[in-house]
Write a protein that binds this ligand. Structure first.
Ligand SMILES: Cc1cc2nc3c(=O)[nH]c(=O)nc-3n(C[C@H](O)[C@H](O)[C@H](O)COP(=O)(O)OP(=O)(O)OC[C@H]3O[C@@H](n4cnc5c(N)ncnc54)[C@H](O)[C@@H]3O)c2cc1C
Length: 349
């Protein structure tokens, strides 16, 4: 069998599928890599786009990575990691993360802190240990996820077929023999490999995978008339006891993240006003006008990372086809569902 002409059929063009293309090509430059992506763009839950409403490039969600996220750091080549993390509590700034553990755990696991699986917390502590300052440094995206992460990865695929939605598959002799897409059926040759880089929800639907619960993340982007500053000129801040969890400044765009947001049922306008009021309190802005805003809600941002869903992750075994592999943030049982987990899962191929 000629290793050089092996074709890899990757289903899903998110960070895990795109990273898989890179790692496959690094191992075998002659491999042929095809990515089938349901959407009209690559990146899955992580990409940037031009918002006509704000007239700026924004990310679908402000993504934070920690210094400890080695694989992600390498791919992003991000330099501006921030050492000092500040929080707003009782009308004052403080810098003690230990006082804000519920907020920190909720943000990392997109799950109510009290419900986060204890083994996930243990493995997080293990991964951050030793608690050197670079491990806990934070970087956040600036409307540049596609430019810095997604577009450079896209070039490793020989072909990306956008709008190709996998509906089902056929198998024979313990192998996947055909992939049945909305557009056409693809026959899988003897030497080929099929890789599912689907999110947990679509993997469940197509391959009868585990049925997870999911949690919402809401992002709000405000376009301000002048560049907003936070006290002490810090670039971002965590909010205690507020609707907003984090406020990030990106020039004249203020980005807000709210994790574990299933229960937030305000109308868009009410939510935008409530959060803007919280921002005004931090930096004492007088302007009462609500700036133009864009709200992006992901109902299935990540799986809920509590004991129940963690046990589904831990006990997950993919169908035993000899030409099939499964990757994605959700299969990495020792990691929060995040970019680092997605990239690490692809590295296992
Ligand atoms: C709002 C939000 C905020 C986040 N914040 C952070 C953060 O701060 N830090 C961090 O590290 N991570 C964060 N994440 C998580 C991070 O985005 C994900 O862990 C990562 O993008 C997962 O990549 P993936 O490739 O595993 O899955 P996905 O990105 O979900 O990729 C799956 C791909 O499969 C495609 N697909 C689905 N069904 C089909 C089908 N039938 N046929 C073909 N293609 C299909 C989808 O369109 C998608 O492109 C956040 C996620 C969200 C939604």
């Amino acid at each position: 069998m000629d290793k050089k002409i092996q074709t890899y059929h990757i289903i899903g063009g998110g960070v895990s599928g795109l990273s898989a293309a890179k790692f496959i090509k690094q191992k075998n430059a002659k491999a042929h890599v095809i990515i089938y992506e349901a959407a009209s763009h690559a990146g899955g839950r992580c990409y940037s786009f031009y918002s006509p409403k704000l007239q700026r490039d924004i990310d679908n969600a402000t993504h934070v990575i920690l210094g400890a996220n080695k694989e992600c750091r390498k791919l992003l080549q991000a330099k501006d990691f921030h050492k000092k993390i500040s929080f707003w509590k009782n009308d004052k700034i403080h810098t003690s993360p230990w006082l804000e553990l519920p907020l920190i755990l909720r943000s990392i696991f997109n799950t109510n802190a009290q419900d986060v699986s204890s083994c996930l917390i243990k493995s997080l502590i293990f991964k951050l240990f030793p608690f050197l300052s670079f491990q806990t440094k934070m970087y956040y995206s600036h409307g540049d996820l596609s430019k810095n992460l997604i577009n450079p990865l896209k070039k490793y695929a020989d072909e990306i077929r956008y709008g190709w939605v996998l509906k089902s598959y056929e198998s024979q002799d313990n192998k996947i023999s055909s992939l049945l897409f909305n557009k056409d059926n693809v026959k899988i040759n003897d030497n080929d490999i099929v890789i599912s880089a689907l999110d947990a929800h679509n993997y469940h639907k197509i391959f009868n995978g585990p049925k997870f619960d999911f949690n919402t993340i809401i992002n709000i982007f405000y376009r301000t008339s002048i560049e907003l500053t936070l006290p002490q000129n810090i670039p971002f801040i965590g909010l205690s006891d507020a609707v907003a969890d984090w406020v990030f400044i990106n020039k004249d765009v203020v980005c807000v993240t709210i994790s574990d947001a299933n229960e937030i049922n305000f109308s868009d306008d009410e939510l935008a006003r409530k959060v803007w009021q919280e921002i005004r309190q931090i930096n004492h802005i007088q302007a009462a006008f609500l700036p133009p805003y864009q709200i992006i809600k992901y109902k299935r941002a990540t799986i809920r990372q509590d004991e129940k869903n963690q046990s589904l992750r831990t006990n997950f075994h993919h169908p035993d086809f000899s030409n099939f592999q499964v990757i994605g943030d959700w299969i990495m049982k020792d990691y929060p569902c995040c970019l680092e987990a997605a990239i690490k899962s692809a590295k296992k191929i």
